[in-house]
Ligand binder design. Structure first.
Ligand code: BES
Ligand code: MN
Ligand code: ZN
Length: 485
């Protein structure tokens, strides 16, 4: 479901920055007005009691995420002023504050929020993402129907926050959609639609015949067990004057049963989100034009359903990846790397990228290593790793660099093919690292980074700017990174 719409109310700026502008009713239509405060700055609003006494009474410290509700007269009735803490005023604090304000206004027709000082886009992002819900058919309309921001001279910042939040919610929608609807062809159609709506993004879709003709053996092998055939999608954003070419690759497994190496039911039930990486790259590319990115970006979406059937590939089958390398498929549940390898090899051979970044819900092992709140980045290039971790720090998407341990490479040796898709024995372990090493084989030695988002792709609770289900992890950090230069 889309996030709530917003409006920006502007007015005469006070010497203190944000203030309720003259001529605007102090409370919003639903009788709610949110006003920022911090430990060393009192809220700029008239209240029925002295503000120091109120804050002392509630032991309010102005921390990000803190909200103090104060009943106030509103015409003949009662309204509420929400005093919200902005913490240290950093982007992370404001994102949290925005989400907290909107969550207090849930169920109301609107929330009006006086914008804080500082990185306003982050506040807007947090506020709008907190309005996100996903429900098939109709909305529960749990979130406030409308968010009104009040501030001056911040149009561009507010617009940026809203564009980013919308892109994240689009990625969440794709990942939350059930796999009964979300076939590879459906995903290709959504990507095409999104690219067309963005403008300036060219689209090419390979169907199964074209995939066969051009030798995309990994995508075909993974998709061969499904009645819904696989697709490869290429989205190209080429602004004038761009010098750097970035290729993004997204894992688009629309459902992962594990194939004949079948998953247990507990592990299988979340596998409609196994295309979260694809959702992330589609959403990111869709927002580049609006955000004025100056870098050339090509996104590849490798989409297939990893089904369990009589036509599915078997453990021990040998497949030929794009470009000719052979892989012994020892476990059909290690399918993500097979579709990703085709796309990476194609990018290396045909697109001449300066850097490649892939995003994939690749291994359950990564959440053993880093849990559900921290994503992993593996990189063959230190500068690229640093750029991505810096972007992630800005956007508050926690990201930790993991090592590509050379000594573990023998794990992927096969006696019958160039490579095996998993370690046959149990000498090396390190499932996330060996998966990354497998992908690296197909990058042609180019600067490359791999984001393993299997742990962070899904949230178990409605909390802050996250909602239960898909998180849209990676959209914000990619957009931050791609709009830097
Ligand atoms: N899609 C899964 C990884 C995954 C697990 C994503 C949990 C989200 C939550 C991937 O295709 C997979 O099945 N990986 C296997 C690899 C193994 C067979 C080497 C895994 O992690 O168990
Ligand atoms: Mn799998
Ligand atoms: Zn998978």
């Amino acid at each position: 479901m889309p996030i709530s719409p917003y409006t920006l109310l502007t007015g005469a700026p006070s010497e203190h920055g944000a203030a309720v502008p003259a001529g605007v009713p102090p409370l919003g239509e639903a009788g709610l007005l949110a006003v920022p405060f911090s430990a060393d700055r009192a809220p700029e609003v008239e209240l029925p009691l002295p503000v120091e006494a109120l804050l002392a009474h509630y032991e309010a410290k102005g921390e990000a995420g803190e909200v103090v509700e104060v009943p106030v007269a509103n015409g003949d009735g009662v309204g509420r002023v929400l005093l919200y803490g902005v913490g240290d005023g950093s982007a992370g604090a404001l994102r949290k504050a925005g989400a907290a304000v909107v969550r207090r206004g849930r169920g109301r027709s609107s929330v009006r929020a006086v914008l804080p000082e500082g990185p306003v886009a982050a506040f807007v992002e947090g506020a709008l993402l907190a309005t996100y819900t996903f429900r098939i058919g109709e909305t529960r309309s749990a979130p406030a129907a409308l968010v009104e921001f009040v501030g001056d001279g911040v149009e561009a910042e507010v617009a940026r926050g809203a564009v980013v939040a919308e892109a994240v919610s689009f990625a969440r929608d794709l990942a939350n959609t059930p796999a009964s609807i979300k076939t590879p062809q459906w995903l290709a159609e959504r990507a095409t639609e999104r690219a067309e709506a963005a403008g300036g993004v060219d689209v090419k879709v390979w169907d199964e015949r074209e995939l066969r003709a051009e030798g995309f053996g990994g995508i075909l092998a993974v998709g061969q067990g499904s009645v819904s055939p696989p697709r490869l999608v290429r989205l190209s954003y080429s602004p004038q004057g761009a010098t750097r070419h970035v290729v993004l690759v997204g894992k688009g497994i629309t459902f992962d049963t594990g194939g004949l190496s079948l998953k247990p039911s507990d592990g299988m039930k979340f596998m409609k989100t196994d295309m979260a990486g694809a959702a992330t790259v589609i959403a990111a590319v869709g927002a580049l034009a609006t955000l004025g990115a100056r870098v050339r970006v090509t996104a590849l979406v490798a989409a297939a359903e990893n089904a369990f059937s009589g036509t599915a590939q078997r453990p021990s089958d040998v497949i030929t990846q794009y470009g000719g390398r052979t892989v012994e498929v020892l476990n059909t549940d290690a399918e993500g790397r097979l579709v990703m390898a085709d796309a990476l090899a194609y990018a290396d051979a045909e697109l001449d990228p300066d850097v490649m970044v892939d995003v994939a819900t690749l291994t359950g092992a990564i959440s053993v290593a880093l849990g559900k709140d921290v994503g992993a980045v593996f990189a063959s290039d230190d500068a690229l790793a640093a750029e991505l971790t810096e972007a992630a720090t800005q956007t508050g998407e926690r990201l930790w660099r993991m090592p590509l341990i050379e000594d573990y490479s023998p794990a992927l040796e096969s006696s019958v093919a160039d490579l095996a898709n998993i370690e046959a024995g149990s000498t090396y372990g390190a499932g996330s690292i060996t998966a990354a090493l497998f992908l690296r084989e197909f990058t042609g030695g180019r600067p490359w980074a791999h984001l393993d988002i299997a742990g962070v792709g899904r949230s178990t609770a409605d909390e802050g700017f996250l909602s239960k289900g898909a998180t849209g992890y990676g959209v914000r950090l990619l957009l931050d990174w791609l709009t830097r230069s």
